[in-house]
Design a protein around this ligand. Structure first.
Ligand code: ASP
Ligand code: MG
Length: 462
């Protein structure tokens, strides 16, 4: 069996849900288990409704509630399920109304109440899609995450699914599949051990899907989104960026970190652990092959037949994707007194740790350290502390350019990348490679980053 997860924009309205049902129908043989996000931007609307409730009176709640009701009513009627909403959905909307009223009265919204509030989005969408599947003759049952066996800790807004849920999910879901009933499960939400509703963090329904796939030992977790997959570059920078056919988990994680926010590495973890492939597909363009995320590449899969690796010119086959992260600060720390002494790096990093600053890229020499961090940090305290042991130079408005690639070919890849930069009169200000076997990163000026990405894309993907 497989798990098919559909994101908010895939189930945004009746038309989109019809499309999703078509996609499900084509995969019936694989016994899909469905995991859903809230319809469209419902989660955002729920949060907005809470803000309105905090500020205003009952009238403002009325509008917010109407907006959310309309989205679901329109889908319900658009799917020819009935002219009015059924009892179970009306009951949820009545609870939502009561909750918003409560928020407007007590003018307080805790993390715990917020999770309860946003949980309505997924609960509504699962019921509607399940009803629509039944209507077209695909027997299905909607399940709230907890009825599907998902229990989490009590960290509201960022809950972790407890590992014992693996067993309960299998116990609840497999019998349904045996009976030929398709489970339609709410993503994103869970309950803690006390039965209080929690959420896994924004975008968390991917994680729900990956967890359920692992628990059921699925053949594949399909994540249906509104993009063709993980791309060779950000399409806003490189309009002809193409989907990457296959990436490893490690490559996908680097990609996500450096800006291609299609799939968050945390969400893939349950599948990584169990070696279950994750396929990213586009529900707006289902015939596109999508991107397959796998545990590891077979050793020689990059090689052209019969050609020794070192003799083959470097090409797009060695490079998965080119990404950039802008607005980065480069800090140069030049040791003054402790030249060559042990403990210098430890002291430097202790200062960053004290200030809770996360360091991204790093390069060292005998007398200096260069590192990058997010521009959002205030570095006043850090400079003060570091100046006791070193000269500090802060260089703002830098960008990290990252080539996600087969590092075994790094000499050729670096040669090309450096050539591209030299040709464009762009100075590479720092280079880092090695921690991960899948990325080469370097620093250029913010204003140069897009040009570098475009040129590299042209060079490697032609
Ligand atoms: N509906 C939730 C959100 O918008 C969860 C998800 O879509 O994955 O964040
Ligand atoms: Mg969403």
């Amino acid at each position: 069996m497989i798990v098919m997860k559909f994101g908010g924009s895939s189930v945004a309205n009746a038309e989109r849900i019809k499309k999703v049902i078509e996609i499900i129908r084509e995969n019936l043989k694989q016994k899909p288990v469905i995991v859903l996000s809230a319809m469209g931007d419902t989660t955002d609307y729920l949060l907005e409704a809470a803000e309105t409730a905090l500020r205003g009176g009952p009238a403002s709640i009325k509008n917010a509630l109407e907006k959310i009701t309309d989205i679901h009513l329109n889908a319900y009627t658009g799917l020819s399920l009935g002219k009015t909403l059924p009892e179970d959905i009306n009951a949820l909307l009545a609870d939502l109304n009561a909750l918003l009223t409560g928020i407007s009265l007590i003018k307080e919204l805790s993390a715990r109440s917020k999770d309860f509030l946003v949980s309505f989005g997924e609960r509504l969408s699962a019921r509607i899609v399940s009803a629509a599947l039944n209507k077209v003759g695909i027997p299905s049952q909607s399940l709230d995450a907890w009825d599907a066996g998902i229990i989490s800790d009590a960290v509201y807004g960022a809950a972790e699914i407890l590992s014992e849920s693996e067993k309960t999910v299998a116990e609840r879901i497999l019998p349904l599949l045996d009976k030929g009933i398709m489970p339609v499960i709410t993503g994103f939400i869970a309950k803690d051990a006390d039965g209080i509703i929690t959420t896994l963090g924004r975008g968390g329904s991917d994680l729900s899907a990956a967890f359920i796939a692992a628990a059921l030992k699925a053949e594949e977790a399909q994540v249906w989104k509104d993009v063709d997959g993980l791309l060779t570059a950000d399409p806003r920078i490189v309009p002809d960026a193409a989907p990457v056919a296959e990436v490893t988990y490690e490559e996908a994680a680097e990609l996500a970190y450096f800006g291609a926010q299609v799939l968050h590495p945390r969400t893939m973890y349950p599948c990584i652990k169990s070696g279950i492939p994750v396929r990213v597909k586009n529900s707006y363009n289902p015939s596109a092959p999508g991107t397959l995320v796998i545990a590891a590449r077979s050793k020689n899969s990059n090689l052209a037949e019969g050609t020794p690796q070192h003799e083959r010119p470097v090409s797009g086959r060695d490079v998965r994707s080119i990404t950039t992260r802008k607005n980065v600060t480069l800090v140069d720390i030049i040791s003054s007194r402790m030249l060559g002494q042990s403990g210098f790096l430890a002291r430097v990093f202790a200062v960053f740790a004290q200030e809770g600053i996360s360091v991204d890229m790093l390069a060292t020499s005998e007398v200096s350290v260069s590192l990058t961090l997010d521009a959002a940090y205030n570095l006043g305290k850090v400079c003060e502390e570091l100046s006791r042991i070193a000269a500090v130079q802060i260089n703002t408005q830098k960008a990290i350019v990252t080539i996600i690639c087969d590092v075994a070919r790094s000499s050729s890849i670096l040669e090309k990348a450096a050539g591209v930069c030299a040709g464009a009169g762009i100075t590479i200000q720092m280079v880092s490679q090695g921690a991960s076997k899948v990325n080469i990163s370097f620093i250029v000026d913010d204003t140069e980053a897009d040009t570098v990405v475009r040129l590299l894309h042209k060079t490697f993907f032609g």
